[in-house]
Design a protein around this ligand. Structure first.
Ligand code: GLC
Length: 585
C-alpha cells in the first residue's frame, strides 16, 4: 500500500527563468518566460489551487518547486501551500527525469522523503498499457481501446481520442512524451481530411472519434472515423476539446513549446474553435450538442447542453487561450474566447448549479413568467422535478446538473462533467468543495463498490424506453445508464487533489485495487453498487488501466496536476451578476 509522508519541499529552488533553462535542471526547467505566459491566467489568482486540510504525499524534490524559495523545513501541511508554489510553477519535468517511480513498478530511489511503494498492480498495469500501444510505420501513435481476445473487436481495436487521454497522461507523467507528440500530430493530419457522411460534409475542424492503423503489403494506412461509422453516426464533439487539452498537457509537461507553436497546430486549434465559437441562433453561451457526442456515445437523453461537453468546452477554451498565438487570426479568437469564458462561467455557475437551497427555490418556482425580471427564466415546471432528487440532495453539498434547456432540467448527476468543471475551475471554489462534499455524502450511490458511476441515477421503465430508444446495452444500472467506470478514477483523483481532499481518492483507489486486476481490467461494472462486471464490458480496457496509473501517479506526485488543471482566473470570471442584471441592452 502506498504510504504518505507529507508534503516535501526538499531542494526547492528559486532559480530565475533564464538560468533555469540553461542549467537543464529538472527542478527549474519550467520557469521560463514562455511558461509564465502560458500560465499567466492561472498565476493571476492567489487562490490556493490545492485546498483543504489533508496532508498530502510526495511533493518531492524533483517536482520542480521552483517558486518555493523558502528553506526546506520538513513536511508541510497542504493548506499552507499556495497555487503559485504548487501548480503553476510546479510542473512535471518528465522529459528530463526518467523513468518515473510508477514505471514498471520500480520504487523511486533518492527522491526526497516520499516513501511511496508501488502496488503490485502498478507493474501489471504498465505492462498492459505498453502492450496496448498502436504503431504506424514502427512509431507509436496511440493506444488501442481494448485488447480483449475473448470478444468481437467491433471498434475497440481502434485508437479513440478520448480513450487515449489517460494513456497520454500516464506516459507524460512517466517521462515518455514521444507517443503523445506522435498522437497529437497524427490526429491533426486526420483533421485535415475531408469528412463526409453520405452527401454531407462535416466542419473542417472536426477531429476523429477514433482511428485504426491498417497494415497491408503496401505499408500502413490510417482509417479515421469522424462519426460516419460510429453507432448512431454522431460526430464526437469532445475529441477536439481533448486534443487541445492534451496539447497543453504535453506542453506543460515537457516544456516543449515548439509543437503547440507549429503553424499546423495553431491552425488546428483555430479550426476547432471556429466550429464551437460560431455565431448562430443561440441565446446561451453553452454549446448545442446531439445526443451521444462524447464519452456517452449513444442515445442517453443528453442532447442540448450536456454538462459533459460544457465542462470540456470551458477547459479547452482555457487551454487554447494559453496556447494560441495572436498571429494568423489568433488574436480575434483570443478575444472571442475571453468573452465566451465569461458568459459560459456565469451561465453554468448560475443555472446548472443545484444544492439544497437551489432545489428548494426551484420547487417553489412560479411559471409563465415573462420579461427580464423572471426568476424562473427557463419556465421549469416544479412538478417535473423527479422524486429521487429530493432524497439524494444532502444539506451540505451540490453539483452541476446534467442539462438545462427550456422547461427541461436534467437533474441527473454526471461524473465527468462535474470533475472536469473542478479541473478547469468552471466551478467556483465553494462549488468545488460542495461537489466533493456530495461525493462523501452520497458515497454509496456515486462510488459504491467500484468507482465511479458515470451518471446517477439510472433511467428505468418507460423513461428508459423513451429516452434510450429501448437500448439493450443501456439498461438500468448498466453501461452509460448508471454503470460504474474505473476510468473515471483519474478525474476524481485529480479533482480530489485540486480541492485538497486526497483521502477521498485514496478510498476510491482501495476499491479499485481490491478488484480491477482480478477482473482483468474491466471496462465497466453494472448494478446499483457497481458490483458486477458489466454485461458487455470489455476486458483489458486500456483506459481502465491507464486511469488507475494516472491516479496513482497523481497521488504520488501531486505536482502532475498542473498538466490537467487550471486555477480560477479572476480576470475572466467577473463576479456573478444578480438575476435582473443578466440582461444587457
Ligand atoms: C464506448 C464508450 C466510449 C469509448 C469507446 C471505446 O463506446 O462509450 O466512450 O470511447 O467505448 O472505449
Amino acid at each position: 500500500m502506498s504510504k504518505f509522508t507529507g508534503l516535501s519541499l526538499d531542494n526547492a529552488t528559486s532559480a530565475p527563468a533564464s538560468e533555469s533553462m540553461s542549467a537543464h535542471s529538472p527542478l527549474s526547467i519550467f520557469i521560463t518566460t514562455r511558461d509564465a505566459e502560458l500560465e499567466e491566467e492561472a498565476c493571476s489568482s492567489d487562490a490556493t489551487m490545492i485546498r483543504g486540510g489533508g496532508v498530502m504525499s510526495g511533493l518531492s524534490s524533483r517536482a520542480g518547486l521552483a517558486s518555493c524559495n523558502s528553506p526546506r523545513v520538513g513536511p508541510r501541511p497542504l493548506e499552507t501551500v499556495k497555487s503559485t508554489d504548487c501548480l503553476e510553477n510546479l510542473l512535471s519535468p518528465s522529459n528530463l527525469v526518467q523513468p518515473r517511480s510508477s514505471c514498471a513498478g520500480t520504487p523511486r530511489v533518492g527522491a526526497g522523503v516520499s516513501t511511496f511503494e508501488p502496488h503490485l498492480m502498478v507493474s501489471e498495469a504498465w505492462e498492459n498499457l505498453r502492450k496496448s500501444r498502436v504503431f504506424f510505420k514502427d512509431i507509436p501513435v496511440g493506444t488501442i481501446a481494448a485488447l480483449d481476445p475473448t470478444e468481437e473487436a467491433l471498434n475497440y481495436n481502434q485508437v479513440f481520442v478520448r480513450d487515449f487521454v489517460p494513456s497520454a497522461l500516464a506516459f507524460l507523467m512517466n517521462g515518455e512524451p514521444e507517443i503523445v507528440k506522435n498522437f497529437l500530430l497524427k490526429a491533426l493530419r486526420l483533421q485535415a481530411r475531408e469528412k463526409r457522411i453520405d452527401w454531407f460534409t462535416l466542419g473542417e475542424g472536426v477531429m476523429p472519434a477514433s482511428f485504426k492503423v491498417v497494415a497491408s503489403a503496401k505499408g500502413d494506412t490510417i482509417v479515421p472515423d469522424f462519426g460516419e461509422s460510429a453507432i448512431g453516426r454522431v460526430a464526437p464533439v469532445d475529441s477536439g476539446f481533448w486534443w487541445i487539452i492534451l496539447l497543453r498537457a504535453y506542453t506543460k509537461s515537457t516544456g516543449d513549446y515548439t509543437l503547440a507553436e507549429m503553424a499546423d497546430c495553431q491552425r488546428g486549434m483555430r479550426l476547432i474553435l471556429s466550429i464551437c465559437l460560431a455565431e448562430g441562433f443561440d441565446t446561451f453561451p453553452t454549446l448545442l450538442c446531439a445526443d451521444g457526442c462524447c464519452m456517452i456515445d449513444r442515445r442517453m437523453g443528453i442532447y442540448g447542453s450536456p454538462i459533459e461537453i460544457q465542462a470540456l468546452f470551458f477547459l479547452a477554451l482555457r487551454c487554447a487561450r494559453a496556447l494560441l498565438k495572436p498571429e494568423g487570426g489568433g488574436k480575434e479568437f483570443l478575444e472571442r474566447i475571453d468573452k465566451r469564458l465569461h458568459a459560459l462561467s456565469f451561465h453554468i455557475r448560475s443555472y446548472f448549479w443545484l444544492d439544497f437551497q437551489q432545489l428548494n427555490n426551484i420547487y417553489r418556482y412560479k411559471t409563465e413568467e415573462y420579461s427580464h425580471t423572471a426568476v424562473n427564466k427557463f419556465n421549469v415546471i416544479p412538478d417535473s422535478i423527479p422524486d429521487w432528487v429530493f432524497d439524494f440532495m444532502p444539506m451540505k453539498g451540490g453539483y452541476f446538473i446534467g442539462n438545462v434547456s427550456p422547461a427541461r432540467m436534467d437533474f441527473r448527476w454526471f461524473c465527468l462533467g462535474n470533475c472536469i468543471a473542478i479541473l478547469g475551475s468552471l466551478a467556483t471554489p465553494e462549488q468545488e468543495s460542495a461537489i466533493m462534499d456530495l461525493f462523501e455524502a452520497r458515497w454509496v450511490d456515486l462510488v459504491g463498490e467500484m468507482p465511479l458511476k458515470i451518471s446517477f441515477p439510472a433511467l428505468e421503465g418507460n423513461e428508459w424506453k423513451i429516452v434510450t430508444g429501448c437500448d439493450p446495452k443501456n439498461t438500468r444500472w448498466s453501461y452509460h445508464n448508471g454503470g460504474s467506470w474505473p476510468v473515471l478514477l483519474w478525474m476524481l483523483t485529480a479533482a480530489c487533489i485540486k480541492t485538497g481532499r486526497p483521502q477521498i481518492a485514496r478510498r476510491a483507489i482501495e476499491l479499485v485495487e481490491a478488484r480491477l486486476s482480478r477482473d482483468n481490467w474491466a471496462e465497466y461494472y453494472d448494478g446499483k453498487l457497481g458490483r458486477y462486471v458489466g454485461k458487455q464490458a470489455r476486458k483489458f480496457q486500456t483506459w481502465s488501466i491507464a486511469g488507475y496509473l494516472v491516479s496513482k501517479m497523481l497521488l504520488e506526485d501531486p505536482s502532475h496536476l498542473g498538466m490537467i488543471a487550471l486555477e480560477d482566473n479572476k480576470k475572466i470570471m467577473k463576479p456573478a451578476m444578480t438575476r435582473s442584471s443578466s440582461w444587457t441592452i
